[in-house]
Write a protein that binds this ligand. Structure first.
Ligand code: GRF
Length: 203
């Protein structure tokens, strides 16, 4: 399978996937990395790994629809089997999401359905939660609301700050995302309506 990664920032999840994909038995190939921010470090990481990159700068479009149409066209040139959002910080339109239905995964730094949106680590601390984590889900039309495929938990200690929690969560992200992408490439995970099937059975 052909994997296309979209990122906006530092690209540590991209890096984890690049490393996983170097393993001899990895079932997929990263064919391109797309970005909405020129100069993002994720682009550098891709280039270092010899992966093709493209940038569709959202500031050059006057509507979300126009940006998404341009992004989708750029993506389709690579004919991907799976689109992996790895810190891609744009809200996507319904048309865009529909075009990639069942083929697009996102990673979100919370135990969904808790804490959709931004600043999840601080919100977890403010709420006094003792459990936090990361979720990987299919992207559907609701923001951070698509069916969850897998989660990893981290404990929140009294001494944790948003920064230490972010570190703990990211450590789990870098383990979990490559595993889930491997499963997807092996054909083990499918979106069936609003349900995730794993090896053909509902999760
Ligand atoms: C991750 O924490 C991910 O959960 C969130 O954005 C961050 C991306 O980090 N959606 P990186 O660019 O992979 O380092």
């Amino acid at each position: 399978p052909r994997i296309l990664v979209l990122a906006s920032g530092s690209g540590t999840n991209l890096q984890a996937l690049i490393e996983a994909a170097r393993e001899r038995d990895f079932p997929g190939q990263i064919v391109a990395v797309g970005c909405n921010r020129p100069g993002a470090f994720a682009l550098e990481r891709a280039a270092q790994a010899g992966i093709e990159t493209f940038t569709v700068d959202h500031t050059g479009y006057d509507s979300r629809e126009a940006f998404d149409a341009a992004l989708l066209a750029a993506i389709m040139k690579f004919n991907p089997d799976v689109v992996v959002l790895a810190g891609f910080m744009r809200i996507l339109t319904a048309d865009f999401v529909r075009a990639l239905k069942g083929k697009m995964l996102n990673i979100h730094p919370s135990l969904l359905p808790r804490y959709t949106g931004l600043n999840t680590h601080q919100r977890v601390i403010d709420a006094g939660d003792t459990l936090h984590g990361v979720s990987i889900h299919f992207v559907t039309e609701d923001l951070d609301g698509g069916p969850v495929i897998a989660q990893a938990e981290v404990r929140v200690d009294p001494s944790d700050t948003a920064a230490t929690l972010a570190e703990k969560v990211q450590r789990q992200e870098h383990i979990l995302y490559p595993v889930v992408i491997r499963w997807f490439c092996e054909g083990r995970i499918q979106l069936d309506g609003h349900q995730v099937l794993f090896d053909g059975a509902a999760l």
